[in-house]
Design a binder for this molecule. Structure first.
Ligand code: SF4
Length: 278
């Protein structure tokens, strides 16, 4: 059953000299909104699957690594030929990065990604007996793989949920919803793990990505008709305030959140190519 909570507290009272008082939200209230938000996402996107075409842990780790700064559709256009020529870590480990680059040159950062394809395959062969590793620590050793990619691989390939993959959509939504004030995706992940019960973690990345693409978009979020407007402190404010916007009703997340928005956006978009961003 979907839990229901009271609307987010967005109304400001008035203090002594008439100054506005923005109520600080309790952790319990924020947690309740977080659980409710997840329930509504789960209702809205039941059984949602990754848009990436993969068929085993190796092709998944390669697909997710390739998807940084690139659309899933763009990755899906190059991977049939990529995996036809180099279908396994054994085969890819012996590939010439220049030839791999010729196959994937239509996607962003293709030179670095071609090198990562070969290098991560070589490490899988030399250090992990030809199998994609199953721990966060080991996955993060693979060239081109960071915590976000590792979270996705662990979750989808092995059913292990150690964390939440925070990409640009998850980061933007968590900030607008007042679930985090962090300035980096890594710090935002810690806040989300602290906020949400573990049984909900597994659904966050895929469901929130869909919501971020069709409703809570970076530019002009569709707050009219948003199923979560009643529990969102940034409702009807995010578009005016910028990509992330202040969450005025969620304590000091407002102006500070807006100021950190650009830094956060830069960080989420990634200065490196090792993480999924679409
Ligand atoms: S109300 Fe607007 S800002 Fe809030 S989650 Fe919905 S679309 Fe995003």
């Amino acid at each position: 059953m979907t839990p229901r909570v009271a609307p987010a507290r967005t109304a400001a009272g008035h203090g002594k000299a008439g100054e506005k008082i923005v109520p600080r939200e309790s952790k319990a209230s924020r947690r309740q909104r977080g659980i409710e938000f997840c329930a509504r996402m789960h209702e809205r996107y039941p059984g949602v699957q990754s848009a990436l075409d993969y068929h085993d842990p190796f092709t998944l780790v390669v697909c997710v690594m390739l998807s940084a700064q690139t659309t899933d559709a763009g990755v899906n256009r190059v991977t049939p030929e990529l995996f036809r020529r180099w279908p396994t870590p054994q085969a890819m480990a012996q590939a010439d990065p220049a030839e791999v680059g010729e196959v994937i040159h239509s996607i962003g950062f293709w030179r670095a990604k071609a090198a990562h394809c070969v290098e991560l395959s070589q490490m899988i062969m030399s250090d992990f007996g030809g199998e994609v590793p199953r721990t966060m620590e080991e996955l993060c050793r693979l060239p081109g793989v960071g915590r976000k990619t590792a979270n996705i691989v662990l979750n989808k390939a092995f059913g292990i949920c150690e964390g939440i993959a925070v990409d640009t959509h998850v980061f933007r939504i968590a900030t607008r919803m007042g679930f985090t004030r962090a300035s980096t995706p890594a710090a935002a992940e810690k806040d989300l793990l602290d906020l949400l019960p573990q049984e909900l973690w597994t659904y966050v990345n895929e469901e929130w990505i869909h919501f971020g693409r069709d409703t809570c978009t970076a530019q002009r979020p569709k707050c009219e008709g948003c199923p979560c407007a009643d529990i969102c402190p940034s409702a009807f404010k995010a578009a005016k305030a910028g990509r992330r916007g202040p969450a005025k009703g969620a304590g000091k997340a407002g102006a500070k959140g807006a100021r950190s928005g650009k830094r956060a956006a830069d960080s989420a978009r990634g200065k490196k190519t090792s993480e999924r961003d679409s």
